[in-house]
Design a protein around this ligand. Structure first.
Ligand SMILES: [Zn+2]
Ligand SMILES: [Zn+2]
Length: 276
């Protein structure tokens, strides 16, 4: 990727350090106790499995991970002033000026405003703080996904957001000779089958308002599907086997040019409003 897209070189280097750290992170989590019946009831009501569940992670381990992640950003220096911003966040965690437990709770419940206030109060970069907190949660969400996926087996879930954690799909995969489409969650790594001819955001099934954007020479492996009704788009990868969860972000970065193409034509990545 560094060779093919020099403009993404710094970001690719960042991921080279970041992703192994996340893959190997030892972040003990409290198991989520859910019966098959409870899981079925939730999914049938359109609610993700982790909806309204008390989530617990080891805070010492989470703080340690946040410090290591901040150090990676510090060394990578992607973007102006980001080394300094990452260093300030790392020092705030080390000196216990930041309440990591509160940050994790804010990220889980999408309370961006609360985290921005915390960041402003300590003169920290709120965007980076949000990103780091989301990263810290990744290993935890992946563990919950591993625990919970068997409960959801054979239960229908035809929605654009993840059936485990409720995040919007990061991309779609066409598997089995393009016959089956799966959506993938960038947060917990889950995958779920989704109708091939339907917009994952607004549910539009009218083929006259669903299309895909081609780019020369690459339509075999990658393409972008767009919906004229909600002006949303999703990137689609053709693959034989599911992309490993830790590499979903690499695929997302490697296909950044498709985001530019789609956004340049007025489409955007939408967030699905979860039920409940
Ligand atoms: Zn998920
Ligand atoms: Zn749509």
């Amino acid at each position: 990727m560094r060779k093919d897209y020099p403009e993404l070189c710094k970001a690719a280097l960042l991921y080279e350090s970041l992703l192994p750290l996340l893959r190997d992170a030892d972040l003990p989590v409290t198991p989520v106790l859910l019966t098959r019946e409870q899981a079925m009831r939730k999914l049938q009501s359109g609610l993700p499995l982790l909806y309204d569940v008390q989530l617990g992670v080891d805070l010492m381990a989470a703080s340690g991970l946040m410090i290591r992640l901040a150090r990676v950003f510090e060394e990578a220096g992607v973007g102006e002033g980001s080394s300094f911003s990452a260093r300030s966040i790392r020092l705030s965690v080390e000196k216990e000026r930041l309440d990591v437990g509160a940050l994790l709770a804010q990220a889980v419940s999408e309370k961006r405003g609360a985290m921005t206030s915390t960041a402003l109060g300590l003169d920290l970069d709120s965007g980076l703080l949000w990103a780091l907190t989301e990263y810290v949660l990744r290993p935890a969400f992946r563990e919950w996904r591993r625990q919970l996926t068997p409960l959801a087996e054979d239960i229908l879930w035809n929605r654009g957001e993840c059936f485990v954690c409720g995040a919007s799909a990061i991309l779609a995969e066409l598997r089995d000779n393009n016959l089956v489409r799966f959506l993938r969650c960038g947060r917990c790594g889950a995958d779920w089958q989704f109708s091939r001819l339907q917009c994952p955001y607004c549910g539009n099934e009218d083929h006259r308002t669903l299309a895909y954007l081609h780019t020369e020479g690459e339509c075999e492996k990658y393409r972008v599907e767009v919906c004229e009704k909600c002006k949303g788009y999703i990137k689609v990868i053709t693959t034989f086997s599911p992309t490993p969860p830790e590499l979903l972000q690499v695929e997302d970065l490697a296909t950044l040019r498709f985001d530019f193409i789609a956004q340049g034509r007025g489409y955007s990545r939408k967030t699905v409003i979860p039920a409940g």
